[in-house]
Design a protein around this ligand. Structure first.
Ligand code: PBG
Length: 326
């Protein structure tokens, strides 16, 4: 039946009915908060392109974890900022490395906080690429070996989940095998399965100090022109042993999130990346948009597109708004 029998506005007349029929509900359980941890003490160094985001020494990291927990956020994603870098990224898998120190410190204070670690080399290499470079190219199989070592060192330090974010071929298989051999067969892997070579990562590279010194990441991350290819990446990672798959970035890839959701039955995560965050902050600061409202709309849209989990720098502020009933 069309108009005048059908009137869509009947179910939009007040907040109560709108809430009753809402198809998508955002909760603090959906959020994973990324945190950047560095050496030292009492360090809370602001990332200029990401207002509200800091490089944190472990003592300050604990304060941020405490704030997240108070807001109802139950999971964090750790990125390490080492004090030494080399061609291979050895500091990434050193058992005395910064992430390896941060994990037990968090677990000791907040045993229930779910600690996920980003597994990648770009923060640990002098050239800022995700693995050793030979003739201008990141060497795949050697990188995979290093990543597996890094994942194992995080497992040994006591993390709850590892998240390889490098986009080398075969790394999920290698990480799974390495973990299983060492007795960590119950540790899940969140694969950055469909990760695009995106300009939206710009501010992150300031936060993590991981901008490539030459070239870009198009030789290993996905071409934004491709959607079907994301489904192949996801399929391969599932075959290799991924427990959850991630699409990244989120806002420019809502179609990909949807297609991945439709194509598999694994939990799907989406990474609301640094550039997406910074654009909201910058426009809000100028008074051009209502930052809180835009933030909630973006997060809700990512969930509506099919994401079960959202990695987002907005996690704490969004959780606080949700608690207030917004
Ligand atoms: C590491 C990694 C990156 C991001 C997450 N893990 C940077 C990159 O691939 O260049 C980006 C996150 C963000 O922009 O918020 N490889």
């Amino acid at each position: 039946m069309g108009f005048p029998g059908t009137r869509m506005r009947r179910l939009r007349r007040n907040k109560r009915i709108r809430n009753m029929i809402a198809e998508t509900t955002l909760t603090a359980d959906d959020f994973i908060l990324p945190l950047f941890v560095c050496h030292g003490e009492k360090i809370r160094r602001p990332v200029s392109s990401m207002p509200g985001v800091y490089q944190l020494s472990i003592d300050e990291l604990l304060n941020s974890c405490s704030e997240a927990i108070d807001a109802g956020v139950g999971a964090v994603l750790l990125f390490g900022i080492p004090d030494t870098k080399d061609e291979e990224g050895r500091a990434g898998y050193a058992q005395s490395g910064i992430v390896q120190q941060a994990i037990p410190a968090i677990k000791k204070r907040f045993s229930d906080l779910y600690v996920i670690t980003d597994v990648c080399n770009c923060e640990y290499t002098t050239h800022g690429h995700c693995g050793p470079v030979v003739n201008g190219e990141v060497v795949n199989d050697k990188t995979v070996e290093i990543l597996a070592r890094q994942a194992l060192s995080h497992a040994r330090a006591g993390c709850d989940m590892v998240a390889p974010s490098d986009m080398m071929d075969g790394r999920i298989f290698a990480v799974r095998e390495k973990l299983d051999t060492a007795g960590f067969e119950t540790l899940p892997i969140l694969s950055y399965a469909a990760k695009y070579a995106s300009s939206f990562y710009g501010p992150f590279r300031e936060a993590a100090g991981s901008a490539p010194a030459f070239g870009d990441r198009r030789g290993y991350q996905m071409d934004p022109r491709n959607g079907r290819e994301a489904l192949r990446e996801v399929q391969l990672d599932i075959e290799e042993g991924a427990d959850l798959v991630m699409v990244k970035p989120a806002l420019s890839c809502l179609d990909v999130i949807w297609r991945v959701r439709e194509s598999c039955n694994l939990p799907v995560a989406a990474y609301n990346v640094s550039g997406e965050y910074s654009m909201v902050k910058a426009a809000a600061e100028k008074g051009w948009i209502d930052g809180d409202a835009v933030m909630m709309e973006i997060l809700t849209s990512i969930k509506r597109a099919g994401a079960d989990l959202i990695v987002t720098y907005h996690a704490v502020e969004a959780a606080k708004l949700l608690a207030k009933g917004n």
